[in-house]
Design a protein around this ligand. Structure first.
Ligand SMILES: NC(=O)c1ccc[n+]([C@@H]2O[C@H](COP(=O)([O-])OP(=O)(O)OC[C@H]3O[C@@H](n4cnc5c(N)ncnc54)[C@H](OP(=O)(O)O)[C@@H]3O)[C@@H](O)[C@H]2O)c1
Length: 322
């Protein structure tokens, strides 16, 4: 980890509402945990209720041993579970409807859940899994919750856990955004890299659309982190490599991987800072494949096409900053 990578311990109130997707393990767990430790209400948006509830129990226990013992405080964390499966548009819509029904504000939407190195698979919506779970599911969630964030007062933040693996996207070809070719030609690395490239581009494009609003959008790379991320790898050689890297201490711990994300979520210095890609709490230039404005716009427009049955005209207009 870069020497400067750290996050400030700020005091957040329970009225600060933070949604973290994929918060039951890995990087998302640490992001949710530390935001909750600082006092915010954190919603763990996960696909497995059992895994989320286990995580919440662990979080509370860690709070009691790490914070309450040290400071003599006696609070329960404000953590809640809400179900969402990002590989299903219907599930994302239900999640957003349920969230809206609570009448709550939304200050930080942390789009962290993701999978990579997964074998080729098609979702219930007929799309390649990594494209939908990592990118389009979150895109839909953002579009549906944007009006809530617009009404939630100053300094609302959308954060996307991207990856330096966006470099694997190489040349971005809109016509193959959704993989429809022969399974033998499918590359997990390329499609994972592309999903992360789209997220970095989304932060840039949305920033230009939302200029002057109360919402900032940033993406970050957590580093190579020893999490459950490699669980879907079906190539035994690659699985062995990942195991060695994680086992030999070369990879970061989940909290080290989450540090930049936590900083982006809570650091008051970043209020209104938008459209950047961050590594180790520093703004960094992403690879050239995501910096081309024409490609950014093409990806942006194509994303709406995938979601045409799920977004209203008002939601599209809000995303376009109209
Ligand atoms: N680990 C790394 O080296 C690394 C490097 C760069 C970027 N990243 C990014 O960091 C993010 C977090 O990854 P991680 O390393 O913490 O991996 P992880 O330990 O595997 O955690 C991934 C999280 O995403 C959730 N998730 C996966 N598919 C989902 C779906 N369809 N709907 C809802 N939730 C879903 C998982 O839920 P379940 O537990 O139910 O499966 C889990 O909570 C990802 O976006 C990843 O691309 C990781």
């Amino acid at each position: 980890m870069g020497a400067r990578a750290s996050f400030p311990m700020v005091t957040l109130t329970k009225n600060r509402i933070i949604v973290v997707t994929g918060a039951n393990t890995g990087i998302g767990y640490e992001i949710a945990k530390h935001c909750a430790f600082m006092g915010a209400t954190v919603i763990l948006a996960c696909r497995s209720e059992a895994r989320a509830r286990n995580a919440m129990e662990r979080m509370q226990q860690e709070y009691e041993s790490e914070v309450i013992t040290a400071h003599g405080e006696n609070n329960r964390l404000a953590i809640e579970f809400m179900h969402v499966d990002l590989s299903s548009f219907k599930s994302v819509v239900t999640f957003c409807d349920e969230f809206k029904k609570t009448g709550r504000q939304l200050h930080v939407l942390f789009c962290n859940a993701g999978l990579g190195m997964a074998p080729y698979s098609v979702t219930v919506d007929g799309l390649e899994l990594i494209l939908q779970a990592n990118y389009l599911g979150h895109f839909l969630m953002i579009a549906k919750l944007l009006d809530v964030m617009k009404r939630s007062g100053p300094d609302c933040r959308i954060l996307l856990t991207a990856s330096s693996a966006h470099s694997a996207a190489r040349r971005i070809d809109i016509s193959t955004m959704n993989f429809t070719g022969n399974e033998r030609d499918y590359s997990q690395i390329v499609y994972y890299g592309r999903s992360k490239a789209y997220q970095i581009m989304q932060a840039i494009t949305m920033t230009s659309r939302l200029k002057g609003s109360n919402i900032s959008v940033n993406s970050f790379h957590p580093g190579l982190v020893a999490t459950e991320f490699g669980r879907y790898i079906n190539n035994s050689c690659l699985k062995c490599c990942v195991k060695c890297i994680c086992g030999c201490g070369c990879a970061r711990t989940p909290i080290q991987g989450a540090t930049c994300g936590i900083d982006l979520a809570v650091n008051p210095d970043y209020s209104g800072v938008s459209g950047h890609y961050w590594i180790d709490c520093r703004i960094t230039e992403p690879k050239s494949c995501v910096r081309n404005e024409e490609t950014q716009i093409a990806v942006w427009r194509e994303s709406f096409k995938f979601l045409k049955d799920y977004l209203t005209e008002d939601e599209i207009n809000a995303m376009e900053g109209k």
